[in-house]
Design a protein around this ligand. Structure first.
Ligand SMILES: Nc1ncnc2c1ncn2[C@@H]1O[C@H](COP(=O)(O)OP(=O)(O)OP(=O)(O)O)[C@@H](O)[C@H]1O
Ligand SMILES: [Mg+2]
Length: 312
């Protein structure tokens, strides 16, 4: 699920998760938006691990709000432990300062979210019938979706460079320095461990890229309202998705004004038609469904159920 801020991504993601659960599916609902409001939608305090928010017969919805801060902390704790073992005591405080800076390094939060998205993709494939991602507004999500591609390329490059420098170092050792078996062994083990880590990361990101790019496994649903800016942003999002090889499977136009409920709303409805025809023309062939503007915020299961009855 993706689209401009505030158009109804969380609402539609939740409604679809609920619909699938009521058809008997086990659904994993994942919020990748750092400013989470999935918990509010279901009236539950959600966390970084999946928690049950709905059950009906065999169907259920488990929801999770990805917490990049917690992911980074876990990662940095592991790095800290390794550094303590490897570095002499006198360098510990310097290393500690470096780690503190690393926590707020640009891109750190994004790649932490991506790590957890990959976890969710795997968990979803293994344990659930359907995984629904409720995403942050457009730009953030596009960047997130293009990261696996960038990171697989990056990991592959690191591995290649590693190969080259290992071969070079091996040749140099053989040529000029008499082998000192003790220290070489330590270094070789370090090299192997680093290579293993890089290879695992490469495999994880490649999995994410393959699943996201596979139209038989993944569908991207665009959510919009029938207004100028949301439509512009939806078209830009569709173009951005095309660039990274993801085709939208459908459009949900949310908060449609009624035509028969007073002059103001009728005239809004007229204005909406113009924006909608722009959307239909630019994304011809992509199925488009509409949801009406409702009087009360569609928060909670009965409200979502009523809303989703309209989404055919
Ligand atoms: N059809 C509707 N009629 C009336 N109110 C709606 C409708 N759909 C959503 N809302 C309300 O509009 C607000 C924004 O919806 P929602 O949180 O789902 O949007 P979002 O795209 O997830 O926003 P964000 O980009 O901030 O994550 C919420 O208060 C929601 O309850
Ligand atoms: Mg939202």
């Amino acid at each position: 699920m993706g689209g401009k801020g505030g158009v109804g991504k969380t609402t539609v993601a939740s409604a679809l998760a609920l619909a699938a659960a009521e058809r008997g599916q086990r659904v994993l609902l994942v919020s990748t938006d750092p400013a989470h409001n999935l918990g509010q939608q279901w009236g539950e305090a959600l966390g970084d691990a999946p928690g049950l928010v709905f059950r009906s017969g065999r169907g259920s919805v488990d929801a999770v709000e990805i917490d990049p801060g917690a992911t980074l902390d876990r990662h940095l704790a592991a790095v800290r432990e390794t550094m303590r073992q490897m570095l002499p005591e006198r360098l510990h405080s310097q290393a500690e300062r470096h780690l503190t800076l690393a926590r707020s390094a640009p891109g750190g939060q994004e790649s932490a979210v991506l790590e957890r998205v990959v976890d969710a993709i795997k968990l979803g494939l293994d344990d659930y019938g359907l995984t629904v991602f409720d995403t942050a507004p457009t730009g953030h999500t596009l960047r997130l979706l293009s990261l696996p591609e960038q990171l697989t390329g990056w990991a592959a490059l690191l591995l290649r460079n590693r190969d080259r420098s290992e071969r070079f170092a091996g040749a140099m050792r053989g040529l000029v320095v008499p082998r000192q078996s003790g220290s070489d062994e330590g270094r070789d083990r370090g090299d192997r461990e680093l290579r293993d880590v890089l290879q695992r990361r490469h495999a994880r990101f490649a999995l994410a890229r393959d699943v996201l790019g596979d139209a038989s496994l993944t569908g991207f649903l665009l959510v919009a309202t029938a207004e100028a800016m949301p439509v512009d942003e939806t078209l830009a999002l569709a173009a951005g998705l095309r660039e990274i090889g993801v085709a939208p499977v459908g459009i949900v136009v949310n908060r449609r004004s009624p035509a028969d409920d007073g002059v103001l709303l009728a005239s809004r409805r007229g204005a909406e038609e113009a924006h909608l025809s722009r959307l239909r023309a630019a994304l011809a062939g992509v199925p488009l469904g509409e949801l009406p503007l409702v009087a009360r915020e569609p928060v909670g299961v009965p409200e979502l159920r009523a809303l989703l009855g309209r989404l055919t």
